[in-house]
Design a binder for this molecule. Structure first.
Ligand code: NAD
Length: 446
């Protein structure tokens, strides 16, 4: 589905008219293509801590143009603010004002990243204030960026260093075009687990991944992205979607499994198929989901129960089977698709939001169970994504939903898929129990 307004205001006359009238001008986002440079332009690593020095040294080893101070009027690819040592709210001023002075020099599609420690009850009140201050600072800064630039934060918990594998992997993800529609978000790295790939363009090489709801929409795009990144695929969808499923499976050289995921034996059927056809199973992507919208006053049993059953109860049953299986692993990965509706709520979607809130609760509680086997489980919460589902929204409502985020446009299915592929990778082994929003910093709710 195309955003004709965004096309119009990005060319010739349309661009001038939109500028004169002060209309939204959504930028063309910088999206990932294999082989492209991680980022174009110098990266300024700001901060005086030993961690800042170490991170700058690592980035240099990736052949990036790394500076410790900005040169005025030079177009920058990224600013990384290392704020791990802030102990009092006053400590924020020097580094953030230094970053502020460089903001006008950011290139289109640039990145601003903070690297800091999460505030916790164990901190002194002043340290917790400084650390939590980074949260408010970054989310506000992200709303000030223009021309497709984004701002995101990495939180290092416990003994995690900025040079721990998953911290570096998160830096790469946020700098790259893979994170085009992730804006104003934080990702916590909670352990030193994880292994960087030999080839950053094929981080899933050798892995067998299952994707549910893969016949169309976001699921089909997840399949294409995981295939591009090196995974072998098992694609699951309803028998009624069999033809579309077979077409996607052919495209990505995977196998198709026609299955209703709400069946009691769905987990067992998935494991048997993966083992028989591919000898193993390492990655499970829970994408299949449905909406049956109605105001609660008009909600009936069928609408409520079908949404809860397919969107969350089925995932719980399948996970139970996977966790009990000797075939799931090593270092297994589960990634579930939630929704910003489950965070901020949405009128007419009490059933859907309960199911997607449920996905996030399930992910947090399952994380320790997977950690025991060296695995992880995380969720991705998309905002407005351009799909057949959102194409059916009435025009005026769709335009409002599309523009009501910092990037002033809807995301693409590939934006969701890129975040999922990252969380499914070996390098993300230190990220567990997290919910990453892919919503362009949706203005609605949380
Ligand atoms: P979609 O309706 O285009 O595709 C969903 C797929 O799931 C379909 O192929 C369908 O046949 C399959 N499916 C449904 N029930 C199934 C079952 N019982 N067993 C097996 N397969 C089943 O939806 P989409 O827009 O691609 O959304 C994919 C996921 O992303 C869903 O979980 C949705 O809730 C979530 N999401 C979408 C958006 C958006 O803007 N499109 C936003 C937030 C979250």
């Amino acid at each position: 589905m195309t955003d004709k307004y965004a096309q119009l205001v990005n060319q010739g006359l349309g661009r001038n008219v939109a500028r004169k009238l002060g209309l939204p001008q959504p930028a063309v986002l910088r999206r990932y293509k294999p082989g492209q440079p991680l980022i174009t332009g110098p990266i300024v690593v700001q901060g005086d801590s030993a961690a800042a020095d170490k991170l700058a040294a690592e980035l240099l080893a990736w052949d990036l143009d790394v500076r410790r101070h900005a040169v005025p009027r030079e177009k920058l690819g990224a600013i990384i603010l290392v704020l791990d040592d802030v102990a009092r709210p006053e400590d924020l001023e020097k580094p953030v004002l230094a970053a502020g002075a460089s903001l006008r020099d950011l290139a289109p599609g640039a990145r601003v990243l903070t690297v800091s420690r999460p505030a916790s009850e164990a901190d002194s009140p002043a340290a917790a204030a400084a650390r939590q201050g980074v949260d408010g600072f970054l989310r506000s800064l992200a709303k000030e960026l223009r021309a497709g630039a984004t701002g995101n934060g990495i939180l290092l918990s416990g003994d995690v260093e900025p040079t721990s594998p998953s911290a570096l992997a998160a830096v790469r993800f946020f700098l790259s075009g893979r994170s085009a529609f992730v804006d104003g978000q934080f990702l916590t790295v909670s352990s030193t687990d994880g292994q960087l790939p030999d080839d950053f363009d094929r981080p899933l090489a050798g892995k067998v991944a299952v994707v549910t709801g893969a016949a169309r929409g976001i699921g089909a795009e997840i399949a294409r992205t995981l295939h591009r990144d090196g995974a072998t695929l098992v694609l699951v969808d309803l028998p009624a979607a069999g033809d579309h499923l077979a077409a996607v499976a052919n495209e990505v050289k995977g196998t198709a499994l026609q299955l209703d995921i709400s069946r009691d034996d769905a987990g067992q059927r998935i494991i048997e198929h993966a083992v028989q056809r591919h000898r193993r199973l390492g990655i499970m992507i829970h994408n299949a989901g449905i909406t049956r919208d109605k105001l609660l006053a008009n909600m009936d049993h069928a609408r409520w129960s079908s949404v809860i059953n397919i969107n969350i109860a089925a995932q719980l049953r399948i996970n139970e089977a996977l966790l009990a299986s000797e075939h799931f692993g090593p270092a297994p990965r589960i990634v579930s698709v939630a929704s910003t509706s489950g965070i901020a709520g949405n009128r007419g979607q009490t059933n859907y939001a309960a199911s997607k809130g449920g996905v996030m609760g399930m992910v947090r509680a399952t994380a320790p169970l997977l950690a025991a086997s060296g695995g992880t489980i995380n969720a991705v919460a998309p905002g407005f994504i351009e799909t057949e589902m959102t194409e059916r929204i009435p025009f005026a409502l769709r335009e409002i939903a599309r523009r009501a985020n910092s990037l002033q446009q809807g995301g693409k299915p590939s934006d969701v898929a890129e975040a999922i592929s990252f969380l499914a990778s070996g390098a993300a082994g230190g990220i567990n129990g997290e919910v990453l929003r892919v919503c362009g910093q949706n203005m609605v709710g949380a």
